[in-house]
Design a protein around this ligand. Sequence first.
Ligand code: AMP
Ligand code: TRP
Length: 390
Amino acid sequence: MFNCLRICIHNYIMRCYGKCVNIYSICEKCLFKVLFVYKFYCLEFQKRIYLFNITSMIFKSDKKRIFSGVQPSGNLHIGNYLGAIKNWVELQDKYESIFCVVDMHAITAPQDPEMLRKKTIEIAKIYLAAGIDPRKSSIFIQSHVSEHAELMWVLNTIAKISELDKMTQFKDKAQKTGRESAGVGLYDYPVLMAADILLYDTEVVPVGEDQKQHVELARDLAKRFNSKFGETFIVPEVHIKKEGMRVMGLDNPEKKMSKSAESIYNRIELLDDVETIRKKIRKAVTDSGSEIVYSDEKPALKNLINIHSSFSGKTPKEIEAIFKGKGYGDFKADLAEVIIAFLQPFQEKFSNLSDEDVLRVLNDGKEKVRKIAKEKMDEVKKRVGFVIIK
Ligand code: AMP
Ligand code: TRP
């Protein structure tokens, strides 16, 4: 019966507005709302107005919006998956989700143009293979929506040098060249990130812990803009998965696993083959002693147990119990198999995706998000006093 009602409403809307709507996205509650109001407003001229309001009521999602992204630089690793992407997959049912491949952020470090193009598509494929569903979430490439750069410029005018000077990621990354030779883009990176977030009225930003400081800047800039020019931006919340801990380097548990770490033994990459995974886990540094115990005094082992726990779903206590009386060799062998059990089907999905499929998804995503970005940017232009010719 509900499907029959959905089809009636679908046909009605198609007739009146020529819009294609997904009839299955109407929940039972909304169907009743429509029918209830429809019953009372059947006069022809009123019918259009009320149905228009009702359709906007239904199709304007009342879910909160999330936005996040990953740079198409280097090879994605299990830290990126556990700290960010896994979380997105879980959140996409609850939130209206926008996931971006942030190529404009990637060029704040030198990139080979051909490689950047390849990696951009690869990241989008990784999103899809990891379970981001393009029917639920919008996936797009940052440089395809020019409003990101436009908003960044406006936000640059209210961001303070002292705020950017505090950013630990900049300090870390600028260490390589020294502050004086670091690029302006690298310095300004957090303002572009704030533009990404604020452009879409993002309410929640799911990221790894290392991005918290950047989201805090986005919050401060939103508040500052609102108080200077009037309510324009939503002040976003950061969302860090409790156990989405910082995955530490396999070669150094003091530093996070990173795409840019020089040694390949720092990380398990999402596209590593089985033998490489086994080898990297075998070579992972461990602490003194031989028992499998989860403790702050054994940071290397703690990191490995955390990784095991994230993939196997077992708690650190359960893992300790399983390996009681056994040594690092047994634990590491099992850890490698637990990671492989996740990565093998993931890689299969990844290789079944063609570039054409992904480009289609990215194009659809761009079309969807562009409207939101344009609307917000028009509002910003009005607020700051730019002349707008309709
Ligand atoms: P990046 O590799 O800097 O482009 O980061 C992409 C996303 O992965 C961000 O949300 C990061 O916070 C997250 N991330 C990167 N490295 C790690 C790590 N070692 N542990 C947990 N999350 C991470
Ligand atoms: N800076 C983030 C990272 O390196 C990527 C990113 C860019 C991002 N823009 C964003 C994350 C907006 C969340 C929201 O991980």
